[in-house]
Design a protein around this ligand. Structure first.
Ligand code: NAD
Ligand code: 13P
Length: 352
């Protein structure tokens, strides 16, 4: 048949909610196979059962999204190669630090005419410079890769509360529309925009600003301070995105992936929450420690992204142009105290 088969690579907190959105749509739309495979990074639960078995038995990801039914047409599969082998649409949604390893395992295993989309917020840094995750997927697997980013705290979308998102595409508007069809629901409003780099950089860089916002919360500063940090952060997001890719559009920062994601993450995200605890502890307990204790297996992206951004900035000689980004990393590694986040005006002015 000409129906598209969808596989989701990843099954964390957002991965599971993405599965729920997709599963509801493939049942309704004739252009997709009903059944959707979801690759699960296998683990054994305290009960002794395998996570993938429990998902298939209960239709719930009891570890990463408890209490929410995913849809009976979701099949959890712990075998990565098997999960992707018949797919012609691949949805990538894992913490960014695992994607290099996952791509290595997938080389030669996916069909060449597969279309991919990345929901992953992050980048990697190599000698050659920064590489966005959609680009890693695209280059390693020889396939086209769109992105989906937005103001999307997963637990809220799981409860079907209205949210918006942005799909980024390169040239092919038809492919972008197909992804919009797959994700869009009455409570999840998706818009396609032709600016992959801008959209992916928004999703990636706002996690560093969210760490800064969480530090401000932990220091018990008020809303004005937090708003100032968000404004300065947004300016740095825009300036760095444009320095890295001259094609990035100003209007992208006003889409869901831009200012809206920045706001929701700085108010209610995991990066914010753990950074608040970090500042409350005076920086004496590491982010790794707090992440393990507070997030039960879920992963932060902002701390490693701050490091990656710092490497890019220092390599290019841009550190003093981006005092907020640089300061977040220096605080995270213990070179500066959490309070340095509000000593910010002593630094040189940044790019406008
Ligand atoms: P998560 O934070 O829940 O991460 C845990 C996942 O990582 C689990 O599925 C776990 O099995 C897996 N994992 C652990 N070790 C692994 C390994 N060695 N190899 C492969 N996988 C491993 O994940 P998430 O919330 O689904 O986030 C995925 C991406 O989506 C991130 O880039 C995140 O920024 C982005 N995102 C998250 C949200 C959200 O609200 N959770 C919203 C929008 C975007
Ligand atoms: P956190 O990872 O900080 O929870 O942010 C989630 C997110 O990206 C919301 O869009």
């Amino acid at each position: 048949s000409g129906k598209s088969k969808v596989t989701i690579v990843g099954s964390g907190n957002w991965g599971s909610v993405a599965a729920k959105l997709i599963a509801s749509n493939t049942l309704k739309l004739h252009s997709f196979h009903d059944q959707v495979r979801m690759w699960v990074f296998e683990e054994t639960l305290p009960s002794g059962e395998k996570l993938s078995d429990v998902i298939n038995r209960t239709n719930e990801n009891v570890k990463y999204l408890p209490g929410i039914k995913l849809g009976k047409n979701i099949i959890a599969d712990p075998d990565l190669e098997n999960a992707v082998k018949d797919a012609n649409m691949l949805v990538f949604v894992t913490p960014h630090q695992f994607m290099e390893g996952i791509c290595k395992k997938l080389v030669g295993k996916v069909n060449k005419d597969v279309e991919a989309i990345s929901l992953i917020k992050g980048m990697e840094v190599k000698k050659e410079g920064p590489r966005m995750i959609s680009n890693l997927i695209s280059e390693q697997l020889g396939i086209n890769c769109c992105v989906l980013m937005g103001a999307n705290i997963a637990n809220e979308i799981a409860l079907e509360q209205l949210s918006e998102a942005t799909v980024g595409y390169r040239e092919n508007k038809d492919i972008a529309e197909k992804w919009v069809q797959l994700f869009n629901t009455p409570y999840f409003i998706v818009t396609a925009v032709q600016d992959v780099e801008g959209i992916e950089l928004c999703g990636t860089l706002k996690n560093v600003v969210a760490i800064a916002a969480g530090l401000v919360d932990g220091l018990e500063m008020g809303n004005n301070t937090k708003a100032a940090i968000m404004r300065i952060g947004l300016r740095e997001m825009k300036a760095l995105s444009k320095l890295l890719f001259s094609s990035v559009k100003d209007s992208t920062f006003f889409e869901s992936c831009g200012v809206a994601d920045l706001i929701t993450t700085c108010l209610g995200g995991r990066n914010r929450k753990v950074a608040e605890a970090f500042a409350k502890n005076g920086g004496k307990r590491s982010f790794d420690d707090l992440e393990a204790e507070m997030l039960q297996g879920q992963k932060l992206q902002g701390v490693s992204t701050a490091k990656e951004v710092y490497e890019v900035l220092s390599h290019r000689g841009w550190l003093e142009l981006f005092p907020l980004f640089a300061t977040v990393h220096e605080i995270a590694i213990g070179h500066l105290p959490p309070s340095a986040i509000v000593k910010y005006s002593e630094h040189k002015p940044m790019l406008s």
